[in-house]
Design a protein around this ligand. Structure first.
Ligand code: F0G
Length: 451
């Protein structure tokens, strides 16, 4: 059998609404050409993010009913804690309401002016939280990770040579932690190899600095390791996941990705003292350590989701359905970040719209074109998100993030057809300029005008 099917059947459906081109044009204008400001109802296929948008299983929904809503010591917390301990081997497990809450707590403790935090690529909220603490965020992905055409199997790897140079340059005392994001979202959803994690860890040991994972998509990363890393093919994904976490001193997780829940996060430590400080901050802003800003039912859903995400038939379907979209786009001559990532396809907007210079935001222009043409919502990961002043981002990408267990193959085929049609008329896509922007994380709320 060649066809890889969705390993589930559908019990609950949510209608989606077709709109006319005129309605979409109107909606786009009202949103200031920023798709974050659209009403979700006006979107037909929503590929804005894979975060918190997954479909929960019947067992997760059953867990929602079993949720223990006690303020302290809830049964649901202990189930969550045990599941995370089983998967990661970590002793200290703090629940938070989402990934950035874990980040804010971590960097409030270890960040601060004068500090430098390396990462393969910081995700936007991670960078913002590092910078908010006064520290500097530095991206050290391998060079292949910045080349959309490179077929390197682990383009998410952090470059140990660049890390060593940074340690020598700024001094280990200024680097409180080395982060590694698995998979590397901002770099195309590309995986990090076990060997690379070992190499980075060895360097961290040399400079006596802890290594932390940004482990939002740990299961997808582990599946890529199983498929691509020599000697890993016969091992279980769970065993590989355990190896990844065994190398880390701590981790931040947004459970909205590989936890397959709509809300939730985790903060993990080995160090007793760091955990104590984090727990105190958690109580200050999130809640008591046995609920961390969540309802008991959310903890149940997470406990179950973190188990289901490790099923290999699920991961086979998951990675294949993303790869299918990517392969078909490449066949039609549309450049994406190769090879396809774990949770998303990233179109190279710079080559899609060669007539639009970085200063006119080709990624944002393409995002608008896809919505206007077919009601598909995607997101710019380029100079709107990561440019600073006149300095453009390394790449001008448009991300098509695939929610987990939500869309079927015909939805994906529709997306494909729409992109091919827009590509045929790409000369007509116009650049945009920013007319209003906030001081940080501008992509969320900036307003644009078409040129
Ligand atoms: N780290 C990475 C690698 C992420 O992709 C995200 C979120 C976060 C941290 C923050 O987690 O949203 O739960 O606070 N990424 C989403 C996305 C929003 O669309 O890629 P959060």
């Amino acid at each position: 059998m060649k066809t890889i099917i969705e390993p589930f059947r559908i019990k609950v459906v949510e209608p989606i609404r077709m709109t006319t081109r005129q309605e979409r044009e109107q909606a786009l204008r009202e949103a200031g050409f920023n798709v974050f400001l659209l009403k979700a109802e006006d979107v037909l296929i929503d590929l804005l993010t894979d975060s918190g948008t997954g479909a929960m299983s019947s067992e997760q929904w059953a867990g929602m009913m079993r949720g223990d809503e006690s303020y302290a010591g809830a049964r649901s917390f202990f189930r969550f804690q045990q599941r995370l301990r089983d998967i990661t081997g970590f002793e200290h497990i703090l629940p938070t309401h989402q990934g950035r809450a874990s980040e804010r707590i971590l960097f409030e403790i270890v960040g601060g002016p004068g500090k430098v935090v390396p990462n393969n690529n910081h995700f936007d909220t991670t960078r913002a939280n590092v910078e908010h603490s006064g520290a500097e965020a530095v991206d050290l992905v391998i060079d292949e990770g910045k080349d959309p055409k490179s077929r390197h199997p682990f383009k998410g790897n952090l470059d140990p040579k660049k890390l060593d140079a940074l340690f020598k340059d700024v001094g280990a005392h200024r680097i409180p932690v080395v982060m590694v994001t698995v998979t590397n979202n901002s770099g195309g959803g590309q995986p990090v190899s076990l060997q690379n994690l070992r190499d980075v860890r060895a360097l961290c040991d040399r400079y006596d600095t802890p290594m932390f994972l940004d482990a939002c998509r740990f299961a997808e990363n582990a599946f890529f390791i199983k498929k691509r890393e020599p000697g890993q093919g016969d091992r279980s994904v769970s065993a590989i996941v355990r190896d990844m976490f065994d190398l880390a001193h701590g981790a931040t997780i947004s459970a909205k990705k590989d936890g397959i829940v709509n809300i939730g996060g985790v903060l993990l430590f080995r160090d007793e003292e760091l955990n104590r400080q984090a727990r105190n901050l958690l109580i200050l802003t999130e809640g008591f350590p046995t609920y961390g800003g969540l309802a008991g039912r959310d903890l149940e859903a997470m406990a179950q989701g973190f188990e289901e995400v490790l099923h290999e038939d699920y991961l086979t379907y998951r990675i294949r359905s993303v790869e299918y979209l990517g392969e078909k786009l490449l066949e039609r001559g549309i450049q994406i970040v190769e090879p396809p990532g774990g949770h998303a396809i990233y179109i190279d907007a710079a080559s899609f719209c060669p007539h639009i210079p970085p200063g006119q935001f080709p990624g944002q222009a393409l995002v608008c074109a896809l919505f206007r043409h077919a009601g598909i919502r995607t997101v710019e990961i380029g100079s709107v998100m990561f440019g600073r002043g006149d300095r453009p981002a390394d790449m001008e990408l448009v991300r098509l993030a695939i929610p987990r267990r939500v869309y079927t193959q015909s939805h994906i085929d529709y997306v494909l057809e729409a992109i091919v049609e827009v590509y045929a008329e790409r000369d007509r896509i116009r650049g945009v300029r920013i007319v209003d922007e906030p001081p940080a994380l501008r992509h969320f709320t900036a307003r644009f005008e078409e040129l």
